[in-house]
Design a protein around this ligand. Sequence first.
Ligand SMILES: *Cc1c(COP(=O)(O)O)cnc(C)c1O
Length: 429
Amino acid sequence: MVSAMSESLPVIAALPTTWLEQAEAELAATVWPRFEAVCHATTQRVVEAMIAHRLGEEHFYSVTGYGHNDLGREVLDAIFAAAFQAEAALVRPQMVSGTHAISLGLKGALRAGDTVLCVTGPPYDTLEEVLGKRGDASQSLRALGVRYAEINLIDVAEPLAIRLDWSAAEVAQMRAARMLYIQRSKGYGLRPSLTPEAMKALVTALRATHPDAVIMVDNCYGEFIGLEEPTAYGADLLAGSLIKNPGGGLAPTGGYVAGRTDLVQASAEVLTCPGVGADGGYTFQLTRTLLQGLYVAPLVVKEALKGMSLAAWLFERLGYAVAPRWDAPRADIIQTLFLGSPERLQQVCRLVQAHSPVNSHLTPVASHAPGYASQLMMAGGTFMDGSSVEWSADAPLREPYALFMQGGISYSHTRWGLAQMAGVLASGG
Ligand SMILES: *Cc1c(COP(=O)(O)O)cnc(C)c1O
């Protein structure tokens, strides 16, 4: 993703002096108190889970070999389950990514002849090969006999962002599906992400329409954004990545699924094998780190939300369309910036990289990434490679040249980087 050509960093950026002050005053008077309140509540839930499960020093050591009776792994799963308001959870460094976690959830729940219906329009790019929408992988759901269909219940009218006036045909399609699949965050799409309120309305309505369906949520980037997780509204299974929100920037790798016990167990059997399920597997001495990551995750999400709301304010002032607007309710830690040209996109990516703590001297260039059809431009001078809970920005190189900026573990860092960047852009650089 990066080449070793360096560009010099602007020494003093010409940001109009009042912008930052004005932005922070307006943000502090509108959306920031909400982020703070959510952080208080979600932090409490996480710490209460640790107390309830009597987390102790003895849980920080991994059992080698088969990993049988690894107390740390068991308590890790139990604490994640409570934090995600779920019956059970499976949290493993062996999950390569969010895509892998979602794939485990799908494969565990679905059988040949079943249909999975995605109700939020096209799913995230890397799910195309998992589902068999693209490519001819021998282990895609399509190759295994699972049918895939999609409808789009997303309404562009914010803030609710969903449509509940379903047609008879849509209802019939839902009733015929074994799984109703929801993607919470926009991915590289241009639709709004689903706020906790929208998730609640959608899950509740789907549950009422089709009580027997498995409701699965791609929860990537949505963790700890609201007071509750979709499981609290009746979703059966969530899946996501530990190098996004729930890893708190500390998890070096991994993924999770959380939800109904039978579905989590089935995911575990796909990850390991029948008979072993969740009861084996080395945890690489990572239990402490993964739990500490969970402990700081609500705080990190708050820092990211503050940073991305500032990004929205500054880019709007610079004349770019942004989504969401700076004072809108936030549904995830992503900020879309409509930059309009590949050159501007590349420039902003370079500025993110140049103001990052790691690899600041490298220049991001567009390249192919496994699982994606489009070339991707990715800026991320992050401690964990590819981590997008850290301040980063990426974009598929295609119209309308929208940049997806996200994360930011330290608001102070993101604030400085954004101010430098806005200074360069404001002075016509
Ligand atoms: C990041 C993401 C995923 C999974 O991506 P990985 O890179 O495999 O972790 C899935 N869905 C959405 C909406 C995402 O943002």
